[in-house]
Write a protein that binds this ligand. Structure first.
Ligand code: SF4
Length: 126
């Protein structure tokens, strides 16, 4: 079985700007990366005995660590100023290599495709 990605936000021609000015192709990536920044960019996670109510829905620290480990997002963050609305226009950002080539190409690369793309936008094929 393989997974075909159909980018929901690309199809509806939407894009998202976070309060810090970072432009993201969708809320799935914007939310998870903003949450990671709010938690101080954790690189490791230790399981806890007790969980707060929000961790019963999603384990935030664990999700933040896993988000930061993805190669495609590391590539984005290596040049994050290029994708920030306070430094570049929306046109420059959506025409940039990461938005126009790297991300769409990753949808056909099982070893690089983002977890968020897989869980939110994959159409299963047999
Ligand atoms: S998760 Fe990936 S495929 Fe889905 S809308 Fe966002 S960028 Fe597009």
């Amino acid at each position: 079985m393989s997974c075909k990605i159909e980018c929901e936000w690309l199809k509806s021609k939407r894009i998202l700007v976070n309060p810090d000015g970072q432009v993201w192709p969708c809320c799935y990536l914007a939310n998870s990366t903003y949450m990671r920044a709010a938690l101080g960019y954790p690189n490791s996670y230790t399981s806890k005995e007790t969980y707060r109510i929000e961790n019963q829905i999603i384990n935030l620290e664990d999700a933040a660590v896993r988000t930061g480990q993805q190669v495609l997002l590391k590539e984005y963050f290596d040049e994050k100023e290029q994708y920030n609305i306070f430094h570049h226009t929306i046109d420059e950002i959506v025409d940039s290599k990461w938005f126009a080539e790297t991300l769409p190409k990753s949808w056909d690369e099982p070893e690089r495709v983002l977890h968020q793309c897989k869980i939110n936008c994959s159409k299963s094929e047999t």
